[in-house]
Design a protein around this ligand. Sequence first.
Ligand code: GDD
Ligand code: MN
Length: 364
Amino acid sequence: MTNPTLSIVIPTYNEKDNVLKILEKLKKVLRSITHEIIFVDDNSPDGTSAVVKDCMKKSSKIRLIHRIGRKGLAGAVIEGVFAANADLVAVMDCDLQHDETKLLDMINLFSKNNSLDIVIGSRFTETGEISEKAFSKIRELGSKVTTLIIKKVLNLASTDPLSGFFMVKKETFLKSSENLQTQGFKVLADFLATSRNNIEIKEIGYRFKNRIAGESKMSFLTALELIGLVLSQILKGRVSIRFILFCMVGLSGIFVQLFVTGFTMLLINQFPTSQTLGIIAAMTSNYFLNNTITFQERKLKSLDSIRGLFSFYLICSLGAFTNIAIATYIFGFSSNWLISSFIGACFGAVWNFTLTSTFTWKSK
Ligand code: GDD
Ligand code: MN
């Protein structure tokens, strides 16, 4: 069997009502192109994978990667590209918001230019746009501002680095795959930043349409992950998005602690007790925030969540000792409380992160 010309990777999470619709549209557009369609589903509770399996009985062009115990759009896309048989891979959403008719134009650009690496479907070129109904005014504005900031901060040569619609040479994408983050929503921005200016990019404007069935998985959490991605890129990928989220939660804990300590001081005016309560409150809020944000795909529920809370308390108290020991040691020869305290906190954070991600939120 010869390889198809194009592989289309479609990440799905709760898209059961969109699978047939997108297949129909792709079938129409790709009549003259040999292709395969790879759905990457994270065990959607709505049964998306069952719908895909049904379609697979009728067409050998359709494939399914069914992931268990993992979540995340970026990781799903990366796995899809790895599994692709064609040299050209298109990535698009399942919800019909991306314009499948542009796939042909994208292929044409590749056939005209051998050194081209990626064609990005853009909402922000002269011919690109966002349909009035697709986004609320707030999200559209948010999307534009975020795009501008990301372009500037990461110095990216694309009008729409946050796009979820693009066609890429598999070889080029896989070259940087080891440096890409699997957590998060914005794999294209990560790919562009990781491959820096060593790739040739073209763009095609398209109209970002309204979602017909199901709902968007974009959330406050996705926004936090994006901040994590940008910071991780600024730090040259030396720390993961997950670690940055963990530190952001830790930072919020400082405020919780100050607030609770201050408040109990007002009530009982006893420092050690107030400080202890402040620390317990901070650890508790850190635990619940990490459980929903940092380790969302390993989220502990019901009884496991209580067990997790106590293992978190235990590990973080040991982390506090590490923090104090190291800070004291450094203060001994530097006499600079700020630097000593900061380095102590860094060690504490690494300790807490390493141990809680191994013991509290162990991957299955
Ligand atoms: N496998 C998997 N795992 N798929 C996911 C996950 C996940 O955790 N989260 C979302 N998806 C799938 C959805 O089912 C959908 O097919 C696609 O990824 C995009 O998710 P949406 O929830 O529809 O995102 P959006 O419309 O808000 O944003 C999309 O379009 C924007 C414009 O191109 C995304 O692709 C954004 O990255 C993009 O900026
Ligand atoms: Mn969408």
